[in-house]
Structure formats: structure tokens, C-alpha cells
Design a protein around this ligand. Structure first.
Ligand code: NAD
Ligand code: UDP
Ligand code: UDP
Length: 343
């Protein structure tokens, strides 16, 4: 497995993240599937800044060229329009596999395509990892816990998922992706990592993707009412994107397969979130109640003990610090300007 051994040699040289004097860290060749999306594009920024060569593979279903355009012209950056459901031949050291729509509105839009992306897409990327000896990281989700009966959720919890519901294309798809990942690890010796990501927000999220943070922020900026689904007492834990990217990179570079919960344990009801958005953007923003969606999980909060202990990772940016950073980006994209000091 020559390519991976090469990467491994660099890792040994760089053990503990410290580069011995006189030895320059050699860049890795890294594929980021879904790299034109929200999380992927932030990850790409960090990898490029670190000195690696990055190939983004994306079909632009929910991703945008604008998210990675600032790297065009950099010889260490390449963008390929490709659907991971189709096989792909590349020579790389690491694969961050993010390709998959994440917003419920997007993943329910074409559920069969979502499950194909999760199952066939993940199979292809694992086949690629096996062929070239690359290390493979799967971005799974807190949705594998379904509507959880354990709170907070620990990685050992097997979940409470409806296999025939409207969310199954995503949560059962990701569960199968985890299964495939572990079977390639056990059966074919592929080096794998699994992250279970909890709700993440930040700049570059699709403005109208229907997720709660993007909805509330866009609504408050446009002077529209904040749409609270159901009674608003359901909870989520919101993580700022830079914390997630740090966790993903530590996981990839570390020695542990996982799965690891990556999320911010700060738990909010949707009404509490609406209040933070009001405080941040517009105290006069109104709230409008809407019927909730089917199979909506009642609560969600990560237990991150494992990531703290084994990856030395924990989130640094809480909601009140992270939200204004996202508001600045949304304001620019919605109004095409930036009013200093308003956020
Ligand atoms: P996103 O929708 O912004 O990004 C997904 C990217 O994948 C997009 O660029 C999209 O065009 C691309 N894509 C989708 N299907 C593809 C296909 N078949 N072939 C090639 N590219 C394809 O979503 P995100 O929030 O950046 O999520 C990234 C990953 O993290 C996803 O796998 C998602 O399931 C996971 N995740 C995200 C969150 C979150 O809160 N953001 C939570 C849990 C898990
Ligand atoms: N695959 C790919 N790129 C590669 C190697 C494999 O896209 O570099 C795909 C391949 O087309 C197959 C899947 O990954 O559909 C699984 O490959 P594997 O070799 O594990 O299984 P097999 O091809 O034997 O079914
Ligand atoms: N939600 C809401 N208003 C919105 C969008 C979503 O109250 O405009 C609720 C939704 O019912 C769910 C929570 O916010 O309980 C999180 O939804 P999101 O789609 O952001 O992510 P999920 O965690 O469900 O994947």
C-alpha cells in the first residue's frame, strides 16, 4: 500500500503534531467529497492553509462554487464535478467523505437519491480507499440515534430510528454508511474514522435550506416572523462550524476509529433559540407557530466525553458567540452589503 505508507511516514515524522526542527511537513493529497458545501468548504480552507493538496468532488446539489472559488488558481486545489454514486478513480492519501445533503428539506426532496448517495456513494469511496490504501473518514450524523430514548446520547447507544419514515433515507442511509465503513475496516483492513455530527451552523450555510438556524436568521434579517414548528419545546444542540472542522481533522489524524460524537453540548429549545436570534438581530422579531414535521426528534444533546478523552477535543464557540459570525455572512448574502456594528 505504497501511497498510504508514504502518508504514514509523514505522520510519524510529524508525531504529536510537532514537526522536528529541520524537517518540513510534506503535504498530503486529500479528497473532500461534498467539499463545495457548507462544512466541506470550511474544511477545505483549513487543509489548504495547512499545506495539503485538496481535490473537491461535488455534484453541486446543495453545494456552490462560490464556497470554494477563492482557491481557484491555487495549484494545490482542484474541483471536480462528479456524483459519488458513480465510481471514481483517483490517487490520494486521505478521503473526507461528506457528500450528502444535510438539511431535512434537501434530503427529503429526492429520498431515493439520498439513500443512493449514502449507500452507493459511500461504497464507492470505500472502494477507492481500499484500492489506493487511503484513510477514510465518514461524516455520519446524530440522526443515527433517531428520536433518542437516552439523553444525552452516548456513542454506545444504538438509537431509536423509524426504518420506514420520511427521514429514513437519511438516518437509515447514514446507519448503512457506518455499517459499510466498519465492514471495509474489518474485512479489507481499510483505515477508517467515523464522526457523528450534531447540528452545525455558520457562514456559508444555504440561506433557504429550511434548517432552523438558517431559517430564523434569514427571517429575522428580512423582518419576517420566526417560524417555530410544533410547540417549540423540542431541543437541539448547536455547534459552530470551526469547532466541527477542528474535530474532524483531529479524528482523521488520530489513532481512533470512533464513532465519535462531535457536537456542542449546549442544549436549546427552539423557543430559546428564537430568543437568542431576537437578541442578536431584532428584539421585535415575531414568532409564528407552524405544524411540526413528521418523526421530528424531541431532543438531542451529545455526550462528548469520548472525544474529549481520546481526541483532546471540545467546542470553543458557544451559540451567543457563533451566531453573530453567521449573521454577518447572511446579511452580506441577503442584502449584498455589510452594515458594520449592527451585529
Ligand atoms: P451541505 O448540503 O452544505 O453539503 C453537502 C455537499 O455534498 C454539497 O456540496 C452537495 O452538493 C454535495 N453532494 C450531495 N450529494 C452528492 C453526490 N451524490 N455526489 C457528490 N456530491 C454530493 O451539507 P453540510 O451541512 O455541509 O453537511 C456535510 C456532511 O456533514 C453531510 O454528510 C451531512 O450528512 C453531515 N452532517 C452535517 C450536519 C450539519 O448540521 N451541518 C449534521 C450532521 C451531519
Ligand atoms: N470504486 C471506485 N474507485 C476505486 C475503486 C473502487 O469508485 O478506485 C468503486 C467500485 O466501482 C465499486 C465500489 O467502489 O463499485 C466497491 O469497490 P470494491 O473494490 O470494494 O468492490 P467490488 O468492485 O469488488 O465490488
Ligand atoms: N424547526 C423550526 N423552525 C424552522 C425549521 C425547523 O422550529 O423554521 C425545528 C424542527 O422542527 C426541528 C428543529 O427545528 O425540531 C431542528 O430542525 P433542523 O431542520 O434544523 O435540523 P434536524 O435536527 O431536524 O435535522
Amino acid at each position: 500500500r505504497p501511497i498510504y505508507e508514504r502518508a504514514n511516514a509523514f505522520r510519524m515524522v510529524n508525531s504529536g503534531g510537532k514537526i522536528p526542527l529541520g524537517i518540513k511537513r510534506k503535504g498530503l493529497r486529500i479528497v473532500v467529497t461534498g467539499g463545495a458545501g457548507f462544512v466541506g468548504s470550511h474544511l477545505v480552507d483549513r487543509l489548504i492553509a495547512r499545506g495539503d493538496s485538496v481535490i473537491v468532488v461535488d455534484n453541486f446539489f446543495t453545494g456552490r462554487k462560490e464556497n470554494v472559488m477563492h482557491h481557484f488558481g491555487n495549484p494545490r486545489f482542484e474541483l471536480i464535478r462528479h456524483d459519488v454514486v458513480e465510481p471514481l478513480l483517483l490517487e490520494v492519501d486521505q478521503i473526507y467523505h461528506l457528500a450528502c445533503p444535510a438539511s431535512p428539506v434537501h434530503y427529503k426532496f429526492n429520498p431515493v437519491k439520498t439513500i443512493k448517495t449514502n449507500v452507493v456513494g459511500t461504497l464507492n469511496m470505500l472502494g477507492l480507499a481500499k484500492r489506493v490504501g487511503a484513510r477514510f473518514l465518514l461524516t455520519s450524523t446524530s440522526e443515527v440515534y433517531g428520536d433518542p430514548l437516552q439523553h444525552p446520547q452516548v456513542e454506545t447507544y444504538w438509537g431509536n430510528v423509524n426504518p420506514i419514515g420520511v427521514r429514513s433515507c437519511y438516518d437509515e442511509g447514514k446507519r448503512t454508511a457506518e455499517t459499510l465503513t466498519m465492514d471495509y475496516h474489518r474485512g479489507a483492513g481499510v483505515e477508517v474514522r467515523i464522526a457523528r455530527i450534531f447540528n452545525t451552523y455558520g457562514p456559508r450555510m444555504c440561506i433557504d435550506d429550511g434548517r432552523v438556524v438558517s431559517n430564523f436568521v434569514a427571517q429575522a434579517l428580512r423582518k419576517e416572523p420566526l417560524t417555530v414548528y410544533g410547540d417549540g419545546k423540542q431541543t437541539r444542540s448547536f455547534q459552530y462550524v470551526s469547532d466541527l472542522v477542528e474535530g474532524l481533522m483531529r479524528l482523521m489524524e488520530g489513532e481512533h476509529v470512533g464513532p465519535f460524537n462531535l457536537g456542542n453540548p449546549g442544549e436549546f429549545t427552539m423557543l430559546e433559540l428564537a430568543k437568542v436570534v431576537q437578541e442578536t438581530i431584532d428584539p421585535d422579531a415575531k414568532i409564528e407557530y407552524r405544524a411540526n414535521t413528521e418523526d421530528d426528534p424531541h431532543k438531542r444533546k451529545p455526550d462528548i466525553t469520548k472525544a474529549k478523552d481520546l481526541l483532546g477535543w471540545q467546542p470553543k464557540v458557544d451559540l451567543r458567540k457563533g451566531l453573530p459570525l453567521m449573521v454577518t455572512d447572511f446579511r452580506q448574502r441577503i442584502f449584498g452589503d455589510h452594515k458594520e456594528g449592527v451585529t
